[in-house]
Ligand binder design. Sequence first.
Ligand code: GTP
Ligand code: MG
Length: 174
Amino acid sequence: SIKATQVKLVLLGESAVGKSSLVIQFVQQGYVENREPTIGAAFLTKKYQTGEQSIKFEIWDTAGQERFHSLAPMYYRNAQAAIVVYDITKAASLDKAKTWVKELQRQASSDIVIALVGNKLDLVQEDEHERQVLAEDAQAYAEEGNLLFYETSAKTSENVDAVFGAIANQIPAP
Ligand code: GTP
Ligand code: MG
């Protein structure tokens, strides 16, 4: 059998945007309400098959609380991919996401694949008044910076596999 390509991936974004929920949905296909905030970071792995390529994601799910910000470089330093998450129902979380993108573009590896992800899509599907970030605006920002872009729901799993699949497709075969 062919050995899996290891891909180190980091999740960044404001606290409570749903980073841990997205990772758990991708790795374990489950969702729980009222998850505890992450302390420091959590490490998870997941094998993923895309076409001919077999990928093993090594995922660092970082803590979004401001007191943990200084730890982040340890996790994104050698990362080949990053998922920067904001909450569609919270405009300020996109501002925070943009500061993470800037930090990655300045400090992370120059060929890092970055995906911008607007999470909690289920809340705006239930009530469109909940939306504080237009998909078109986030998409335009993503295109300018050459970022992948998705809106997701960690709750319903909508587009969660799509994000990781799109990243996998950008990783060069060994
Ligand atoms: P930190 O670990 O503090 O950085 O937070 P986090 O980004 O990991 O957020 P977490 O996954 O812990 O989710 C925060 C809260 O939002 C929890 O109560 C989740 O249940 C909820 N949540 C996460 N994703 C979704 C989603 O897609 N839809 C809805 N409705 N709620 C979500
Ligand atoms: Mg978390």
